[in-house]
Design a binder for this molecule. Structure first.
Ligand code: E4P
Length: 273
């Protein structure tokens, strides 16, 4: 499974690439805001164009998703082309992120505009990451429209299931892949029992029907979800920096280091100098 870093923070991205385990980057408007605010909080004057170019340079050779902020098919496609023209020359690794449906709940129901923009950009040879996927059928439509990547949001499905069932939770809490029961009934959303179940069903649907689109398990909030995304066959998991770091942690690893360090034979070290 490829691992992308889900961040727009240059320091986090640089660190993850430095570890040699990073195969790409995903950003979204919230992550971009967080990164910009962090820099502003440190009193730094940010040239956003230069900042994004630095992200692309660090990630050279791996895809970096940059999201559109428009809502109409025409607007998203035009902005996607603009982003691509502006930034792809930097390191030739830009992927345009398009919401599968840009409609708001009570807004203009232009529900097909996401797909139209995906089709338009893909037809021009611009790779698209279709985002905000919450059902396997959305993933199917995104893949049919030509998306190179589809991003099911596992953590947000878990949030929805817990909220619907009145379960109090922290964002990083683990939610069982095979679901939970509430009042003796399985908790589910349209047949989806967990975020990982959503990822697995997206993987299966695309696989059964021979689509080339890769699944990016997104909105993952803890190491166990990353493990389960891998076991579900997701080609990619996009992970916040903290989750990548936490995947390394285990109390017995710490303990083992202490024990091995205590037992080091001095001649062994001397011999290696
Ligand atoms: C990445 O593509 C998504 O935008 C991101 O994983 C969303 O994560 P969140 O639900 O934790 O905000």
């Amino acid at each position: 499974m490829k691992i992308f870093i889900d961040s727009a923070d240059l320091d986090e991205i640089a660190q993850a690439f430095d570890w040699g385990v990073c195969d790409g980057v995903t950003t979204n408007p919230s992550l971009m805001k967080k990164a910009v605010d962090r820099r502003a909080g440190k009193g730094e004057k940010l040239d956003l164009r230069d900042y994004i170019a630095r992200i692309l340079t660090i990630a050279k050779g791996t895809p970096v998703s940059l999201e559109v902020t428009e809502f109409s098919a025409q607007g998203m496609a035009a902005q996607g082309i603009r982003i691509y023209e502006l930034f792809n020359p930097v390191a030739e690794n830009v992927v345009i992120k398009i919401p599968v449906s840009p409609a708001f709940k009570d807004g203009d129901p232009t529900h097909f505009d996401g797909l139209k923009a995906v089709r338009d950009l893909s037809g021009r040879g611009i790779p698209v990451n279709c985002t905000l996927i919450f059902t396997p059928e959305q993933a199917l439509l995104a893949a049919k429209a030509g998306a190179a990547y589809v991003s099911p949001f596992a953590g947000r499905i878990d949030d929805l299931l817990r909220s619907t069932a009145g379960i109090v939770f922290e964002k990083s809490d683990y939610y069982p892949a095979d679901g939970m029961e509430g009042d003796g009934e399985p908790i589910e959303d349209n047949g989806i029992v967990s975020g990982i179940d959503l990822v697995e069903q997206c993987v299966d649907v695309l696989d059964i029907h021979g689509f080339d689109a890769e699944v990016i398990a997104a909105s993952l909030r803890n190491p166990r979800q990353a493990r389960e995304a891998a076991l579900a066959g997701s080609q990619i998991a996009t992970l916040p920096f903290g989750v990548i770091r936490d995947m390394l942690k285990h109390q017995k690893t710490y303990e083992g280091m202490e024990l091995f360090t205590r037992d080091i034979v001095p001649e062994y070290v001397k011999m290696l100098q």
